[in-house]
Write a protein that binds this ligand. Sequence first.
Ligand code: PA5
Length: 426
Amino acid sequence: MKIEFLENGVYNKIKEDEINHFIMENKEMIQNVMHGTIGIRESLGWLHVEENTSDEVITDILEIADEIRQNANAFVIVGVGGSNRAAQSVIEGLGLNKFDSTIKIYYAGNNLSGDELQTLFKELDNKQVYINVIAKDFNTLEPGIAFRMFREYFKTRKVLDAKNRIIITGSYGKGQLYDLAVKEGYRFLPFPKRVGGRFSAFTSVGLLPMAVAGVDIRKFTEAAVKCEISNHEVSLQDNIAVRYAVIRYLLSKKGYIVENLAFFEPLLRFYGGWWLQLHAESEGKCRQAILPILTSFSEDLHAIGQYLQQGPHFIFETFLNVMNRNNLFISKSEIEDRFWYLDNKDYDKLNHAVYSATKKAHTEDGIPVLEFRADWADEEVFAELMYVNMICTYLTSVFLGVEPFNQEGVENYKKNLYKELGKFGS
Ligand code: PA5
């Protein structure tokens, strides 16, 4: 594995023995989770990565992605929640949308702001556009209505091959996107039946947009497969997904009910968004559930940092000690600016220093701090982080006694929204 999990920063609140003891006491339950025998079976299709990443699936995706990269310079992902966050976190986290001049990736159908959509349409003018509409249930308002607006957009701009420029990733069945794709002649990729949105990183849902943006999806999926294998090979005591879940749970029992994911590379905020949704939507179904929050250090150290360190102690932290690569160098200045101590240093040193300084200050003040570390962000690191967190949230949910794979609260708000907008019946 490329990622390391460091837990010594929580020994100010939990002893190593306590963690090992919990694992031994709950061995059977943990093993059942590893083998996917607890929870809704129809939602466990993500556990075995190869179930959705056969050579045929990957080859198909790569062919479509190649075609898009040859014929377009703008690619819009139309989807919300689990339908776009995995792709966004890897694409943006690797910096591909900044440096790849072949194609620019845009996001739509992830909010209901008319202003945003209008701005996007303006930005797309004079561009060669392809869109990928992604929705497991084709009744979610945000992507559904954005898709209609895009059909109209293609029509008013007289895009003759619009049909070819719309790729659908959805479910089979009546009223679902498959129906529409067949009727209108759009290309269709299946949203695997046994995989929910927030667990769909290693399926066509995440993989097509990633491939279009230039992510090496073979490297990404192969790393997830390796992570799955190692998840079974190592002992429960040495399994980082298990240790992460157990520590989170034990901390929450001690009153640490907020987890702050702190990252030091601003582009990792999209990974943070994926992480937040995964844990919040899977676990947030009982009074004891942990609230996940995000901070971008060092910027947020000048804002919420004080509260995190010396405010009431109900927050623990997980540091994402993963930096992107660069070759910035700080040369000596002819002007005396009082930063002489940084002369001739790599810029990287600053971000690494803020990480060590903050970890020391926060742990010394009694804040439990966990850490995921890797030398830099690449496809393998994202795959490992994602697979480990998916196992972790499954485990944590089982410890809490909640069902990780549904989101009934969200469905309730959706019902109210439909009513508000005058939708009756199905
Ligand atoms: O993780 C989930 O299942 C949800 O967050 C969904 O991804 C989200 O609600 C979007 O649903 P759909 O893909 O059906 O539009």
